[in-house]
Design a protein around this ligand. Structure first.
Ligand code: CA2
Length: 152
């Protein structure tokens, strides 16, 4: 059974309470329930955490290296600012999928650049809460097809 860490970045705890026109009406609790429902159906073990603190996210990514098979992360605002989160993802041996609720390329110019994209196996952007499930699916397929090192 694959173990996946799902990380939500800063301000995502406010989902469903503020800026509903941009981020939708679903709360983080509801989104997490959808993630766990998918995980149960697919027989994956998923742990979900949210933090508003960059350093905490960095520590969780580092720790995930020995405890999880992969990471699905919505780095939220840190997507566009954090070399530290990028470096943490680059430093671990497990794959990471980057998820965004909104299509960051249809929004303000400053959201068009992601520090995370270059170290993630891929990015899912613009599909709302379904993006997390798509991210888990993409990660699972990647883990299944990952090359088994040859004994030669
Ligand atoms: O589309 C996404 O998922 C984002 O990662 C969300 C971030 C934003 O900075 C990225 O550019 C795109 C913002 C998350 C803040 O979420 C809020 C939710 C409700 C109210 C206020 C903020």
């Amino acid at each position: 059974m694959k173990h996946v860490l799902v990380l939500h970045g800063p301000n995502l705890n406010l989902l469903g309470r503020r800026e509903k026109a941009v981020y939708g009406t679903a709360s983080l609790k509801t989104i997490n329930a959808g993630i766990m429902k998918f995980a149960t159906k697919e027989r994956m073990q998923v742990e979900i955490r949210q933090s508003n603190l960059e350093g905490e996210l960095v520590s969780w990514i580092q720790e995930a290296n020995t405890k999880f098979d992969g990471i699905v992360i919505n780095p939220a605002g840190y997507t566009h600012t954090s070399v530290a989160i990028r470096d943490a993802i680059a430093a671990v041996d497990i794959p990471t999928v980057e998820v965004h609720l909104t299509n960051i390329y249809k929004r303000e110019e400053f959201r068009h650049h992601s520090y995370i994209a270059g170290v993630a196996i891929g990015q899912i952007s613009g599909f709302g809460p379904a993006g997390y499930v798509l991210g888990l699916r993409a990660l699972t397929e990647h883990l299944k097809s990952a090359r088994i090192p040859s004994a030669r």
